[in-house]
Design a protein around this ligand. Structure first.
Ligand SMILES: NC(=O)c1ccc[n+]([C@@H]2O[C@H](COP(=O)([O-])OP(=O)(O)OC[C@H]3O[C@@H](n4cnc5c(N)ncnc54)[C@H](OP(=O)(O)O)[C@@H]3O)[C@@H](O)[C@H]2O)c1
Length: 247
């Protein structure tokens, strides 16, 4: 990674996005870090004053989404984009609220669509974009009704953007993780009153992966950064799922 490169990362305040930020910073890049948690953004800025540019924005707010790319470009050219922000609500059919339905599509699909659409013409030629999908896009379960649909749509977005970006040598790819140990997965679900209930779910999630464990954010982040830099790959989906697709 060229130390002068600036990469825009959403979901920079937690889990896989935060691991991407730390991997990029460790390789000398500058990062424009997008999230809502001002405290986490401030902590990162203190730790990496020369490399990190915080950009607070909510991806459910269309006006704030439209502001992200122009604001990021004020600091100089952009050489990459990682769309890591995401939200998952597991709810039974018939009890899905309008709020969670909209939130999942706004954060997981609509904001990445708008950011990708703008960046495909504004990233420097030779840049890469990586969007995080999910194995649940291919293997939905009943309670992932909305989340799975939002990520399946995202995979289609990646292919359109890859076609649009190719003439400018802007590459657009997806990573499709299995279950990864992050706050998203550890958040208690409906009916999980105790930490033991969460731990039990984590053990059963580990067991469904042929490699016998769930992933960690750092190994997914490494794959994302590698894909960002791979010069002759576009419109591709890198599955990083402990073999879950085989199961
Ligand atoms: N963990 C898994 O098992 C797994 C598996 C497959 C795919 N994924 C995908 O991987 C990506 C990262 O997930 P994770 O597990 O790392 O989740 P996480 O730890 O919960 O982090 C989610 C990130 O999304 C951001 N975000 C959520 N809502 C937002 C909003 N309205 N506006 C702006 N930012 C928002 C959060 O930032 P703020 O709270 O600061 O806004 C946070 O940085 C997501 O796209 C997720 O769908 C995760």
């Amino acid at each position: 990674m060229n130390p002068r490169e600036r990469i825009l990362v959403t979901g920079a305040t937690s889990g896989i996005g935060l691991a991407v930020v730390e991997t990029l910073l460790g390789r000398g890049a500058r990062v424009v870090a997008v999230g809502r948690r001002t405290e986490t953004l401030a902590e990162l800025t203190v730790r990496y004053p020369d490399q990190l540019e915080p950009l607070r924005a909510s991806l459910t707010d269309g006006a704030e989404v439209r502001f992200i790319v122009p604001r990021a470009l004020e600091g100089g050219p952009l050489h990459g984009f990682v769309s890591a922000a995401g939200v998952a609500h597991h709810e039974g059919l018939g009890s899905i609220s309008e709020r969670t339905l909209r939130e999942q599509f706004e954060v997981n699909t609509f904001a990445p669509m708008r950011l990708g659409e703008e960046l495909v013409t504004k990233l420097e030629p030779g840049s890469g974009m990586v969007f995080i999908a999910s194995t649940l896009a291919h293997k939905p379960i009943a309670t992932s009704y909305v989340y799975s649909a939002s990520k399946a749509a995202l995979l289609s977005v990646v292919r359109s953007l890859a076609s649009a970006g190719a003439p400018r040598n802007v590459r657009v790819n997806a990573v499709t993780p299995g279950v990864v140990d992050t706050p998203m997965i550890r958040a208690p679900r409906e009916g999980e009153g105790t930490t033991e209930a969460v731990a039990k779910r984590m053990r059963s999630l580990a067991a469904i992966h042929p490699l016998g464990r769930i992933g960690n954010a750092e190994e997914v982040a490494r794959a994302i950064v590698q894909l960002l830099e791979t010069p002759w790959t576009t419109g591709a989906e890198l599955v990083i799922d402990g073999g879950l697709a085989l199961a």
